[in-house]
Design a protein around this ligand. Structure first.
Ligand SMILES: NC(=O)c1ccc[n+]([C@@H]2O[C@H](COP(=O)([O-])OP(=O)(O)OC[C@H]3O[C@@H](n4cnc5c(N)ncnc54)[C@H](OP(=O)(O)O)[C@@H]3O)[C@@H](O)[C@H]2O)c1
Length: 256
């Protein structure tokens, strides 16, 4: 069974995703796990993906919920569109997709001017091409009243010394998401960009890195569930920031 989730004070009543299927790409990751747990509590059928079969097996065993399904998926796989279509067929349609994907690269922290071409190309593929391909594969499959949401970090807006390629990816995908929302212009699924502050995750906790002032990953999940169910008071806005645990999620109302 899913762990008991303590709803944050700002949580909305009536968030019910029973009968809806939501795919969480990167669902077995740190923030992804919190989102999966909150979506399950909200009644959704959840498909959590990872590139690693072993990771999915451990994840499914740990969460142990009959509405949780796990599938191997790599956003860079040439057959991504076919795999996404197969998921939609298997689950009788998809209401939502959450893109909880990040990759810091093998180069670690490194000054911008020292990045090699292969390191740059790898980061471009992992942090930008992934999101583009997720949109191209999944958006046409989503319910008209469904949604797709990309998670991002504050490096979308701020300099991030020693992580230039990650920051460039954050800024680029924020732009990509907002452009997609403008292109769809209300036709088809809702499109969201959720920029996060520091998040408390299980992998961080296991590594001894934690701070009670950070936002629990499950709180991010509660917001994602409310956006998917359209019970969030800011569901009409594309660009969301969740930086402060107590204040809860906020819309950047002047930016769409
Ligand atoms: N943690 C924070 O404090 C924080 C703060 C701000 C924003 N965020 C955002 O939250 C999201 C998740 O971050 P996290 O902290 O949870 O990181 P994480 O634990 O490393 O999870 C990232 C996930 O990305 C997946 N992934 C990487 N490349 C992929 C690909 N080619 N295809 C499919 N999946 C791929 C990985 O899946 P595998 O299982 O296949 O490896 C992994 O589960 C990111 O968008 C990040 O920017 C996090």
């Amino acid at each position: 069974m899913t762990d008991t989730l303590i709803a944050p004070e700002w949580a909305q009543p009536g968030t019910d995703l029973s009968g809806s299927t939501v795919v969480v790409v990167g669902g077995a990751g740190g923030v992804g796990e919190g989102i999966v747990r909150a979506l399950l509590v909200a009644g959704a059928t959840v498909v959590a993906t990872s590139r690693s079969a072993g990771r999915l097996e451990e994840f499914a065993r740990r969460i142990d919920d009959p509405r949780l399904h796990v599938r191997e998926l790599d956003l860079l796989d040439p057959s991504l569109s076919e795999e996404a279509a197969a998921l939609a067929t298997e689950f009788g349609g998809l209401h939502g997709v959450v893109i909880s994907v990040a990759d810091w690269g093998r180069q670690g922290r490194k000054p911008l001017l020292e990045l090699t071409d292969p390191e740059w190309e790898d980061q471009l593929r992992q942090n930008q091409t992934t999101v583009f391909r997720a949109y191209r594969a999944f958006v046409p499959l989503l319910d008209a009243d469904g949604m797709i949401l990309q998670l991002n970090g504050l490096s979308a807006d701020l300099p991030f010394p020693l992580a230039a390629a990650v920051a460039a990816g954050s800024a680029a995908t924020k732009s990509l998401t907002r452009t997609l929302a403008a292109e769809l212009d209300g036709r088809g699924p809702r499109v969201y960009e959720l920029v996060l502050g520091f998040i408390r995750t299980r992998p961080r906790r296991l590594a001894g890195i934690d701070d009670p002032n950070w936002i629990p990953a499950t709180d991010v999940g509660v917001h994602v569930a409310e956006v998917a169910a359209a019970t969030s008071p800011i569901a009409g806005h594309t660009l969301h920031y969740f930086i402060d645990q107590t204040a809860g999620p906020r819309a950047a109302a002047d930016q769409g």
